[in-house]
Design a binder for this molecule. Structure first.
Ligand SMILES: Nc1ncnc2c1ncn2[C@@H]1O[C@H](COP(=O)(O)OP(=O)(O)O)[C@@H](O)[C@H]1O
Ligand SMILES: [Mg+2]
Length: 224
């Protein structure tokens, strides 16, 4: 479902060029649970942005569900992000003054789904992450782990083919992090494809495959 061939990403500022990704190639099949590891600055987030169609590579080819992503317009990229990819970030990225349920409904608003339908689905998604009694809470009225569960419910709203998570447990205590990993494993068992960045080995161990980046290159790609 995902194929990257010789992906290179060079950031150019006025004076410096940074080669953040240097000839990265790999494929991911439907239903995989992959962790991407590597030290700070190794290119993990850059890779995530490319896989998530948030950014384009300097060279190389990225194919997602038989579409060459490099050839798509901004509108087409936005549609891929909305329909095919569920994003989960370290800092949750919830709207602060917006109740949990409305955060979950937001992708469905953009997709033009009726308000009745999105309310029903958002309630179910929040119940699935054990937040049925907190649908009206603002993010500030939720713990970090609960906020991340809202973000997971939001990521699943459009039934994405891929879940992309960048350090999803990075801001959480061990217990909340373990709860998030339990949810990821349950989602993966149900057939969801998950790509997760982490620099913590014990978090990566939850995945079935670990790709290790160093200086923008893949140095290991092992089935767990
Ligand atoms: N927007 C950017 N402009 C210039 N350099 C960047 C930008 N984003 C990342 N980099 C550089 O690219 C390299 C890889 O960064 P990143 O993908 O964020 O690594 P990681 O997520 O593994 O910490 C680093 O050297 C970083 O400084
Ligand atoms: Mg990063």
């Amino acid at each position: 479902m995902i194929s990257l061939k010789d992906i290179t990403k060079i950031y150019k500022n006025e004076h410096v060029e940074t080669r953040a990704l240097d000839g990265v190639s790999f494929g991911i099949k439907e239903g995989e649970f992959v962790a991407i590891m590597g030290p700070s600055g190794s290119g993990k987030s850059t890779l995530m942005h490319i896989v998530g169609a948030l950014d384009t590579p300097t060279s190389g080819e990225y194919v997602l569900d038989n579409q060459k992503v490099g050839q798509l317009s901004d509108d087409e990229l936005a549609e891929i992000r909305n329909k095919k990819i569920g994003f989960i970030f370290q800092s949750f990225n919830l709207l602060r003054r917006t109740p949990a349920i409305k955060n979950v409904m937001l992708p469905m608003v953009y997709a033009g789904i009726s308000s009745e339908k999105r309310m029903g689905l958002a309630k179910k998604l929040l119940a699935d992450v054990d937040l049925a009694d907190k649908t009206d809470n603002l993010p500030s009225q939720l713990s970090g782990g609960e906020q991340q569960r809202v973000a997971i419910a939001r990521a699943l709203a459009m039934k994405p083919s891929i879940i992309l998570a960048d350090e999803p447990t990075g801001n959480l205590d061990t217990k909340s992090g373990a709860e998030i990993m339990d949810i990821f494993q349950a989602l993966n068992k149900k057939g969801n494809t998950i790509i997760m960045i982490t620099h913590e080995r014990y978090i990566a161990e939850h995945a079935k495959r670990i790709i290790l980046l160093r200086d923008g290159k893949i140095v290991e790609d092992n089935v767990n």
